[in-house]
Ligand binder design. Structure first.
Ligand SMILES: NC(=O)c1ccc[n+]([C@@H]2O[C@H](COP(=O)([O-])OP(=O)(O)OC[C@H]3O[C@@H](n4cnc5c(N)ncnc54)[C@H](O)[C@@H]3O)[C@@H](O)[C@H]2O)c1
Length: 272
């Protein structure tokens, strides 16, 4: 049910590749809630994905941008403001990629050129996005920036590989930039730490299917879906959460505070 929570707000949504993408769901919900926004993704993803279909559904413009390129980001913010008719109120950073994961490199034997790419694409891109917006004064006061993260930033999940390092950095950038942007412009910056979710990026992780079941059974409410994550993002973009900033917000059905659950204990009943 739509409540016009984002009526009159202008946004930029990064990272909708296909209808499994979390960003795709966020775009649908933001549209339902009355927002106007621009969709963006890396130029290469335009060819692989279905972003034009989403643009049609949400009546939005697509502006390609590699989120590691300052030039692309500057072009994105200036075209988005021109198209939407003013400064931006919300930004979703929904970007993650590790060449080490893709190429099956073990964490103890990563390729360092790939490692730099992982950190640049998955975390540095948030700093570059915020720095570009800050320099261009492209965000309205009380604007809200949300980046998506995972609990591997705090705890070891071995197959998450170097993405864990990238997520730790992403969360640190959120705190640091959140401080400076808050002081200067009352812009808030947060991460949402989402349950494992079946998407193109998620499926790249080794043993993902087993892991998603484990996580589901370790969460009192079960895994949170991409649609539910989109609801939380909309809440964070709305005026109802204006004093939330510099936080890592768990959206995981309770997984992060659970030591063990009965269904998981029962799996170990017959071990001699
Ligand atoms: N799927 C999960 O289990 C899960 C759990 C927690 C957090 N997350 C995070 O959610 C976010 C979205 O991932 P998703 O699961 O929806 O997968 P996805 O593969 O649909 O989205 C990842 C997006 O990053 C984009 N991207 C990659 N390189 C880019 C670049 N250089 N410039 C701009 N965009 C680029 C891709 O094109 C893609 O659209 C990621 O940050 C991911 O780490 C995912």
């Amino acid at each position: 049910m739509a409540n016009n929570l984002l009526k009159g707000k202008r946004g930029i949504i990064f990272g909708a590749l296909n209808d499994m993408s979390i960003a795709w769901q966020v775009a649908l919900k933001a549209h339902e809630e009355g927002a106007e926004f621009v969709l963006t993704n890396a130029p290469i993803a335009m060819r692989m994905g279905a972003i034009n279909e989403l643009a049609e559904k949400t009546n939005s413009l697509v502006i390609p941008a590699d989120a590691t390129s300052l030039e692309d980001l500057e072009n994105l913010f200036s075209k988005a403001m021109e198209h939407l008719g003013g400064k931006i109120d919300f930004v979703l950073h929904s970007i993650g990629m590790s060449p080490n994961v893709r190429k099956g490199k073990h964490y103890t034997d990563i390729d360092y050129k790939f490692y730099n790419q992982t950190l640049d694409i998955s975390a540095g891109s948030l700093h570059k996005t915020l720095a570009t917006a800050h320099k261009m004064d492209a965000l309205n006061e009380w604007g809200s920036v949300v980046a998506l993260t995972y609990i591997a930033a705090q705890r070891i999940f071995p197959d998450y590989n170097d993405m864990a390092d990238a997520k730790s950095l992403l969360e640190s950038i959120t705190r640091s930039f959140g401080y400076h942007y808050g002081i200067k412009k009352k812009v808030r910056v947060n991460t949402i730490s989402q349950s494992p979710t079946v998407t193109t990026a998620g499926q790249g992780i080794k043993g993902f299917d087993e892991f998603i079941n484990f996580s589901d059974q370790m969460s009192p409410l079960g895994n949170a879906s991409a649609e539910a994550c989109a609801d939380y993002c909309v809440a964070m973009f709305s005026d109802l959460t204006r004093y939330v900033t510099m936080q890592n917000l768990f959206h995981d059905g309770g997984f992060s505070n659970t030591g063990v659950t009965q269904p998981v204990i029962e799996k170990f009943g017959n071990i001699e």
